[in-house]
Design a protein around this ligand. Structure first.
Ligand SMILES: [Zn+2]
Ligand SMILES: [Zn+2]
Length: 373
């Protein structure tokens, strides 16, 4: 048993011949804690008395009942010392998890890294020096920002980086990496998306975009005005932005059907060397209304039921198919309206009824549930 104790805790030794007093250190996570164990003459562990140094006392605060129970149930001193070490390990671990203030080396490291990168790149740092925002300009002059959340063990642990991007921001990180590495990788990713943003910038500048209301750099979708209550929704591919995007024409049937036919019959004209906007013009054989030629207000026609344009974030995208009417409605408004009319009928998720304006047949799908409501 003694040999086992020497193996487990070589710094804990008997002080007397009777081996009733043990004194020395136990080692947990490379830290030594002074300890003295007094055994009764019959060496019964459950009657032993334990004296700890103040560090150990502090660590074991909250674990005293566990230590006492172990002391009572351990068959011998070796198993008790082993169990005490396990309790200490748990106590040490939970303490480091609670303590979030990084060591002084963290701050000197951070300053060195910022000096390497250049302080002019820093646009924000929080009061705890844990969250940084770094700016980066791509070759087309677009401004971007990457948010870097540093771990207390930086640079041993990789920081968490986020940015307004349409693709995941995956960073490679080693213990030798620094903020300069983050910035360089971010710039490379920005360059790989330059063509994608060029396509969307052209759309944003030369057409009226109904959705998203304020596009972010992460948005891949644009709903572009074609005419009164007619629009096209395009989903631009981030990797191959000039390829034919996913398109969806929205509006009354008599306007949308001829456009859809053009899109289908002219698809072969799509030229990946040209921009998406130019291709859409060629394939649909139309000119898009632009800020240079039209006011946006002429395309943001209010819903015929609630008389507003935006309902939460929805715009009126249900249009009466009668060519003389063409009144737009919010999906939610039209659905509620039709359900309240006795002559309407519902089949699965579709309600069939009459247009509140011209009384011609109209249908609407049950709107998706809004998580905000
Ligand atoms: Zn409405
Ligand atoms: Zn109508």
């Amino acid at each position: 048993m003694e040999r086992l104790l020497v193996k487990e805790s070589p710094l804990l030794l008997p002080l007397n011949k009777e081996k009733t007093i043990y004194d020395g250190f136990i080692t947990v996570q490379e830290r030594d804690f002074r300890i003295r164990i007094l055994l009764p003459p019959d060496h019964q562990v459950k009657l032993a008395k334990l004296h700890c140094c103040w560090q150990l006392k502090q660590l074991l605060r909250g674990y005293v009942h566990i230590v006492k129970r172990r002391l009572h149930h351990s068959p011998d001193l070796v198993s008790f010392v082993l169990e005490l070490k396990t309790v200490l390990e748990v106590a040490l671990k939970s303490r480091t998890e609670c303590r979030s203030i990084p060591p002084p080396k963290y701050y000197s490291q951070l300053i060195t890294e910022m000096e390497d990168l250049g302080w002019d790149k820093l646009v924000f740092i929080d009061t705890e020096f844990r969250t940084l925002r770094l700016k980066a300009e791509d070759s087309s002059g677009r401004q971007h920002v990457v948010t870097v959340k540093l771990k207390p063990k930086h640079p041993l642990e990789a920081p968490v980086c986020t940015a307004d991007l349409p693709v995941p921001l995956a960073m490679t990180w080693t213990a030798q990496s620094s903020l300069t590495h983050v910035h360089t990788q971010f710039l490379l990713l920005l360059e790989s998306l330059a063509e994608f943003w060029a396509v969307l910038d052209e759309i944003d500048q030369k057409t009226w975009v109904l959705e998203p209301e304020k596009p972010s750099r992460a948005d891949t979708m644009r709903r572009i005005v074609i005419g009164n209550n007619v629009s096209i929704k395009v989903e631009v591919n981030t990797r191959h932005p000039n390829m034919l995007p996913e398109c969806c024409l929205l509006g009354a049937d008599h306007v949308v059907t001829p456009l859809r036919n053009k899109l289908n019959s002219n698809m072969h004209l799509w030229n990946p060397e040209c921009s998406v906007l130019q291709n859409l013009r060629d394939v649909l054989e139309i000119e898009f209304p632009s800020p240079a030629t039209h006011e946006k207000s002429s395309f943001s026609v209010e819903c015929g039921i609630c008389y507003s344009y935006r309902l939460n974030s929805d715009i009126p995208d249900q249009v009466c198919n009668d060519s003389r009417c063409g009144q737009p409605f919010h999906q939610a408004c039209l659905y509620e309206w039709l359900r309240g009319i006795p002559s309407s009928r519902q089949s699965f998720s579709i309600v069939f009824g009459e247009c509140p304006y011209c009384s011609k047949p109209i249908t609407v799908k049950c709107p998706p549930r809004n998580p905000e409501n």
